[in-house]
Write a protein that binds this ligand. Sequence first.
Ligand SMILES: Cc1cc2nc3c(=O)[nH]c(=O)nc-3n(C[C@H](O)[C@H](O)[C@H](O)COP(=O)(O)OP(=O)(O)OC[C@H]3O[C@@H](n4cnc5c(N)ncnc54)[C@H](O)[C@@H]3O)c2cc1C
Length: 412
Amino acid sequence: MRTEEIVVVGAGQAGGEAVAALRMAGFEGGVTLVGDEPHLPYSRPPLSKDFLLGDVGTEVLLLRPPHFYEKHRVRTLLGRTVTKLDRDRRTITLDDGGSLTYGTLILATGGHARRLRDPMAEAAPNVHYVRTIADIERLRPELVPGARLAVIGGGYVGLEIAAVGRKLGLEVTVVEAAPRLLARVAGPDISAFVHRVHTEEGVDIRLGTTVTGFVPGDNGRVTAAVLADGTTVGADVVVVGIGLVPRDQLAADAGLDVADGIVVDEFCRTGDEAIYAIGDCTRHPCAEHGGMRRLESVQNASEQARVAAAAITDDPRAYAAVPWFWSDQYDLKLRSVGIAADYDQTVVRGSLDEGRSAAVFYLKAGRVRAAEVVSSPRDFGAAKKLVAHRAEVAPERLADLGTPLKDLLTSR
Ligand SMILES: Cc1cc2nc3c(=O)[nH]c(=O)nc-3n(C[C@H](O)[C@H](O)[C@H](O)COP(=O)(O)OP(=O)(O)OC[C@H]3O[C@@H](n4cnc5c(N)ncnc54)[C@H](O)[C@@H]3O)c2cc1C
């Protein structure tokens, strides 16, 4: 087992889990965690949910309490940006001019919220992005009852913000360029389900159109978004949720292989044997469908952290976990497992046209490859197993609410 210093760049979900996994795996050498935010590793999902609502404080977001890092001898350097990676000298440079030498380096740099390329929006104090605690602390005071909220982007984050907006009594409009909500991450049936629920909750949804500009107001603020279809959306506050750009520049500048994410193998190794990369910043082999894929989820960040720690501590095991994801909107608990990319049949369980609970299964050659489950934790637990086993099931039993899903597991 290596005992020389391990440096982790990025103190987010993946970086935080990596330092813990290294200690769990028995690594005894020095561990340093460098992060440019002022916080210890924290969980981002509540940022667009409970934390934005003001229901939970910052301390609840922390992955682990401060004493964990002391107890496990993890040196934390927070509020420090790594500006350069010198692979020959195995050294990283910090923005305060300092440097650190590593035996093994783990890049866990996550990503930036994708920006609108609009100078007025860039400068406007009422146009917001949601990636960090600081972003939410800027946004929250603007979410006052009766204000008009324009959400640009109908993906998970945008829709969670829309749900919080409605809960807080704002008038909410969602603008989505694709012809349906959640187009990148869910199948058409769940898109339609979610569309219905948001409409029932009073959200004005504009699909198939983009924002082409903004109407200026006082103090550099914008007062409306101008859409490509010629309409405008009045706005006191704008939230942009149009995806993530991986922070892979450090790796690219150091000559590592980068392709919209740092390219790693199934052990999270880059092309440099001393450097690993994990989390949102990576592009990695997809065990499910082959090819390379970038995933943005807590499950992926945490699993890659464990995979990298195992490889570093000479107990390599390839990343083979089935991806899963969750999103909370109003009372809906949306859960997905597997990647609904390659299927020849969908099976709906429950009704998509009414109510708040349903599931959609994606099958290939009669075997379950992916599932999206709304507000049924028990069905989701079973769906995970059906997907993991690629269970062969009779579609009519899958669709039958009278057949518990767990029975399909045992009758395989
Ligand atoms: C609002 C929101 C809601 C979400 N909801 C869900 C959800 O419901 N379910 C789910 O599964 N996932 C959700 N996600 C996604 C999930 O949070 C991410 O997939 C996860 O945080 C990725 O972890 P990471 O460590 O790779 O990246 P991050 O958590 O982004 O951490 C990377 C860290 O590295 C720092 N960093 C980058 N470059 C440097 C540098 N050069 N020097 C020093 N530090 C650096 C960054 O500032 C950041 O702190 C959500 C994300 C957001 C933003």
